[in-house]
Design a protein around this ligand. Structure first.
Ligand code: HEM
Length: 323
């Protein structure tokens, strides 16, 4: 009893005033079908396009780390405004993530017009997809409002890149209130999904005068990647699994891969290479339930970063444009 109460107090302190309090049953009266509609939408979509889970989790991360979980990543550019989603780093966000949110929004607008925010849909769809892929369930507090602003320039410096030194990656998460352990747990999302070959081409070909590929790679794995990506210049859509052993299952095998040199991105290999992050890689590799617990609680925290509530923002009619 004490823990949930404490959590609600912390949530309200984080959010400031009482009219801006998030609740678990925010739509209970105004849209009782809320959870079911999202659940049905994500299930159908994930069965038809199994890349949806990874796509949506990354979409959510990129929404939350740049100006908060306010649905700003979903807004399309106009002739007068280059939106967040058109920043270079976001061009690789797959269409399936956007599409599943549009589908859920369309169904929700039919059932309960002008009621449910795109930001809440994205937060809950992400949680449901994590769970559907085999990951942990966690509660998502509701009542986020959608932002009325989305600027490509707000992305810069707020999203991690695989080429960044680990200190800079740690700083990006620290700035949003995450510990190193929470950051490592969150990055366990790389247990599913893909990376495009162009994200790793520098690690694979002509790496240095001593080695063709990054020596942090397991040699057989590096050779396999070299082959899989060999055509990447002609075919920019070529991609490889983030977790080569169990690519579609949300489990802790990603962490077990890292000490074996099976991390696909430089930042993945860096998590094992850096003494600040390695203890957590080892902890999560050894015990899946510890990973799931840490991931669930860090995702719940991520879903509260920089949110707008009360009279701020709006309930967008369409997720891709402000009202
Ligand atoms: C540690 C810093 C991180 C870096 C540098 C990083 C970078 C990347 C990059 C470059 C990709 C490949 C994108 C592509 O080529 O399409 C990727 C994929 C992905 N990332 Fe991260 N990421 C980080 C942390 C996280 C976190 C914290 C999460 C979630 C909470 C996450 C979720 C994902 C997912 C699910 C994918 C697969 C996307 C898909 O299948 O379409 N990442 N990440």
């Amino acid at each position: 009893m004490l823990l949930p109460t404490l959590f609600i107090i912390v949530v309200s302190l984080l959010l400031g005033t009482s009219d801006s309090r998030l609740t678990l049953d925010y739509y209970a009266k105004t849209c009782p079908q809320f959870s079911q509609i999202i659940q049905d939408t994500i299930t159908n979509k994930q069965i038809a396009s199994p890349t949806t889970a990874g796509a949506t989790i990354r979409l959510f991360l990129h929404d939350c780390l740049a100006n908060g979980c306010d649905g700003s990543i979903l807004i399309s550019s106009t002739p007068f405004n280059k939106a967040e989603r058109d920043n270079d780093i976001n061009l690789s966000l797959p269409g399936d993530g956007f599409d599943v949110i549009v589908r859920a929004k369309t169904a929700l607008e039919l059932a309960c017009p002008n009621t449910v925010s795109c930001a809440d849909i994205l937060a809950v769809a992400t949680r449901d997809l994590v769970t559907m892929a085999g990951g942990p369930y966690y509660h998502v507090y509701l009542g986020r409002r959608d932002s009325r602003v989305s600027k490509s320039s707000d992305i810069d410096g707020n999203l991690p890149k695989p080429t960044m030194p680990m200190s800079q990656i740690i700083e990006i998460f620290e700035k949003r209130g995450f510990s190193i352990e929470e950051m490592v747990a969150l990055t366990g999302a790389h247990t599913i999904g893909f990376s495009h070959c162009n994200q790793i081409s520098k690690d694979l070909y002509n790496y240095s005068k001593f080695s063709e590929y990054d020596p942090q790679y397991n040699p057989r794995y590096a050779q396999g990647l070299q082959k899989a990506c060999s055509d990447y210049q002609k075919n920019p859509t070529l991609s490889v699994f983030n977790d080569v052993m169990t690519p579609n299952k949300f489990d802790n095998v990603y962490f077990q891969n890292l000490p074996k040199g099976l991390g696909v991105l430089k930042s993945d290999r860096g998590l094992f290479g850096d003494p600040r992050t390695r203890p957590f890689v080892e902890k999560f590799a050894a015990d899946e339930s510890k990973f799931f617990q840490a991931f669930a609680s860090a995702m719940q925290k991520l879903s509260l970063v920089g949110i707008q509530t009360g009279r701020r923002g709006e309930i967008r009619h369409r997720c891709d444009q402000i009202n």
